[in-house]
Design a protein around this ligand. Structure first.
Ligand SMILES: Nc1ncnc2c1ncn2[C@@H]1O[C@H](COP(=O)(O)OP(=O)(O)O)[C@@H](O)[C@H]1O
Ligand SMILES: [Mg+2]
Length: 279
């Protein structure tokens, strides 16, 4: 995967400032984020991401105080490159927070994300029974093909469990009645406290899906058992969407990456635990 990374000279021209320092913040095969510090001391996050991403379009069309300021530097069918002024505020990850307080923050975030206005694109829409069924079928098909090719080592009974569970009434009810735009990767380090509200970053792969999935992600990231607060159907949809991403990424994006089978097992174990917590 070849990502085009601007040279420092190119970035200086685009910013109109001399860059004193470039520091890697986060790197994996599909994206790279660097911290840029200008000679004048301003700081920016320089984010280069491979397709699939809807982040530039989501930020362009979404209207909400939650969304970060940004500048689009490059967009083509292969990648998107964005520049963000560093949000100089603590994240939820910087604060010691009780379980009850984090649950309350998570619920407030779910509410705030639901008020994002504008015709925003999503990476995947599972927010109606038809959309859910078709995405779910596609997911099981991709997983089945990966198992047949010997790439994933999930068990036949796991695939059967996934297929049968998709049509359960509580699942159809959750997707049909509780869906909205979600961040899809909500975690403490993505949430900055801004006055009485928040800024939320990383809108690479938002979904239309049950809204409380963002609460599940936030609690998981903090090591809090989400089943205390969220229905098992919604937790299981969250892990099903994770399996969708793992299958999609292994099938279409990173066919040589060695780690996806382990991710598939992680997703499957979490899914099994969600649907049968005592098993
Ligand atoms: N606008 C910003 N302000 C402060 N920190 C940021 C900003 N954008 C990104 N970061 C930092 O860089 C990390 C990676 O950025 P993110 O958008 O989450 O990309 P990735 O897709 O690599 O996870 C974030 O977790 C955060 O620590
Ligand atoms: Mg991130």
């Amino acid at each position: 995967l070849n990502l085009f990374i601007h040279s420092t000279a190119e970035l200086e021209t685009l910013l109109g400032h001399r860059i004193a320092k470039r520091t890697p913040l986060h790197e994996w095969p599909l994206s790279s984020v660097e911290l840029l510090t200008t000679a004048g001391g301003s700081r920016f996050a320089y984010k280069v991401q491979h397709e699939p991403t809807v982040e530039p379009e989501f930020l362009a069309h979404g209207h909400s105080p939650l969304l970060p300021d940004h500048q689009l530097l490059l967009r083509d069918g292969h990648q998107a490159t964005l520049l963000f002024p560093i949000i100089e505020a603590p994240t939820l990850n910087d604060e010691a927070c009780s379980e009850a307080a984090l649950v309350a923050e998570g619920r407030a975030l779910v509410e705030a994300i639901a008020t994002i206005e504008g015709d925003v694109p999503v990476y995947l829409d599972v927010g109606s029974i038809d959309a859910w069924r078709s995405a779910a079928r596609h997911t099981v098909d991709m997983l089945t093909a990966l198992v047949h090719r010997g790439i994933f080592t999930l068990h036949r009974t796991d695939l059967d469990l996934l297929s049968a569970w998709v049509d359960r009434p509580e699942v159809l009810d959750a997707v049909d009645r509780t869906s909205g735009i979600i961040n899809g990767d909500l975690k403490s380090e993505h949430v900055f406290r801004r006055g009485t509200g928040y800024k939320v970053i990383d809108w690479q792969r938002p979904y239309r899906a049950p809204r409380e999935i963002d609460l599940v992600s936030l609690l998981d990231d903090a090591g809090i058992p989400s089943h205390r607060y969220v229905s098992q159907a919604v937790i299981a949809v969250r892990w099903f969407l994770f399996l969708h991403w793992v299958a999609e990424a292994r099938t279409h994006l990173l066919p040589d990456a060695p780690f996806f089978d382990a991710w598939a097992h992680r997703g499957m174990n979490a899914f099994r635990h969600a649907v049968a917590p005592t098993a």
